[in-house]
Design a protein around this ligand. Structure first.
Ligand SMILES: [Zn+2]
Length: 415
């Protein structure tokens, strides 16, 4: 009996310890601040820890009560987008309905996403294959779906150009995995009846990677809903443990430049070297192994944008005209579904300079037509998008992905 009690006490202690670690956001607010000069923007970014979005003179920040006071004293005011972040997080979680059968009415856990991928592959062996790309820093598998006619007859069809859609480099961007997963499910569902889809999967190889950063995603479910980076342990700074590299600043093309940080505690920490992180290392190695990689989308949130290279410089990329034509076709496709407007443009001039991003590498090093999407919304909920917007977001992005397949199938875009 004493032993059972001992085990029970140990279990309760462990449960308490895990729960006690959960980061609370009571009293936190998200503000939208309009700055007059780049120097003011710089000042805001130095005064606050958690920047959600920067675009032109607009900056969204998530503020503790202390930071709200600091900003007020420095003379900054803002429009309050989310008056109580803690309440909003609880609301998003209470809207969980685990008994609901549909995959796209609530946010799934990592295991649920992987189970849904496995089920799709198991039930459609002549159209879908699931495989592991590599492992994360905490040794979780990073899974991909390969969609093409008769995938098991060849490791890769050399006469079928490859298209890659990936999501969730940034852990708190919960809307991104369902959009990738939905794309795969709907391609399979429409294959028998939709000529465009059938021709795409007969002549292309479509790869879908819903979660590039599995450790970060799990961490947002267990401990800190607003975590962004991966979960590498870097070391102790001022006796505090510091974790995480921003995976989308860790790619080798333009690595180390403006719009990335060398400080390990920064949310845009670029890591100690290009591809220092297993997640980016395995993903890049795998993409280099694809013989005819032609097109790619890296899915993020939020802001409603369709972006293309470059991120590391405001110079226009070669073939900017092609990017513009495809980007505008995607924009029209998205708007036709639920009327949502996504702005289209090159990353640095449209958003901000960001070096070491995936899209720059896929275009610059691999020569594939590469886009970054920023999904819903435009700031009302930000990363805490309510579950009733999951399905509409999936639905509106689907035809934009089809546009990319159509372009890829027509001809080599460089001709
Ligand atoms: Zn992101």
């Amino acid at each position: 009996m004493r032993r059972i009690m001992g085990v029970l006490v140990l279990c309760l202690t462990l449960v308490w310890a895990v729960q006690a670690q959960e980061v609370k956001y009571d009293g936190y607010q998200v503000w939208r601040i309009t700055v007059r000069t780049p120097a003011e923007r710089e000042q805001v970014q130095q005064l606050v820890r958690d920047v959600w979005m920067v675009r032109g003179s607009t900056i969204d920040v998530c503020l503790s009560p202390d930071e709200q006071e600091t900003l007020r004293k420095a003379g900054f005011t803002g429009e309050v987008l989310i008056p109580d972040v803690g309440a909003r997080i609880r609301q998003q979680k209470s809207e969980f309905a685990p008994q609901d059968g549909s995959l796209f009415t609530r946010y799934l856990t990592l295991n649920e996403i992987y189970a849904a991928m496995r089920q799709l592959a198991d039930q459609n062996p002549r159209l879908v294959q699931m495989f592991e790309i590599g492992r994360s820093i905490e040794n979780r598998p990073i899974y991909a779906l390969r969609l093409t006619r008769e995938p098991r007859r060849a490791r890769v069809y050399r006469d079928r150009p490859q298209v890659v859609i990936n999501a969730m480099q940034h852990a708190r961007e919960w809307i991104t995995p369902p959009v990738a997963l939905y794309f795969a499910y709907r391609l399979v569902a429409e294959y028998p009846t939709n000529t465009q889809v059938r021709e795409a999967l007969d002549r292309l190889e479509v790869y879908v990677v819903p979660v590039v950063n599995p450790d970060g995603y799990v961490f947002t479910h267990t401990t800190n809903r607003l975590w962004r980076k991966n979960r590498r342990y870097i070391g102790r700074v001022f006796n505090q443990p510091v974790y995480g590299v921003d995976l989308n600043r860790n790619w080798s093309y333009g690595w180390g430049g403006e719009g990335s940080s060398g400080q390990p505690w920064s949310d845009t920490y670029r890591g100690s070297a290009p591809f220092s992180e297993p997640e980016t290392y395995w993903l890049s190695r795998w993409m280099l192994s694809l013989p005819t990689l032609r097109a790619h989308v890296d899915v993020h949130s939020y802001s409603q944008l369709i972006l293309w290279p470059w991120g590391y410089t405001t110079d226009l990329a070669p073939f900017n005209g092609v990017f513009e034509r495809v980007g505008q076709a995607m924009q029209t496709a998205i708007q036709s579904v639920h009327g949502q407007f996504y702005i289209a443009g090159p990353i640095a001039p449209t958003l901000y300079i960001a070096s070491g991003g995936m899209t720059d590498w896929v275009f610059g090093a691999r020569g594939a037509l590469s886009f970054t999407y920023e999904l819903r919304d435009t700031g009302q909920y930000g990363f805490l998008l309510p579950p009733d917007q999951i399905l509409p977001t999936c639905e509106e992005v689907y035809p934009a992905f089809l546009e990319l397949l159509r372009w890829t199938r027509q001809r080599d875009w460089r001709e």
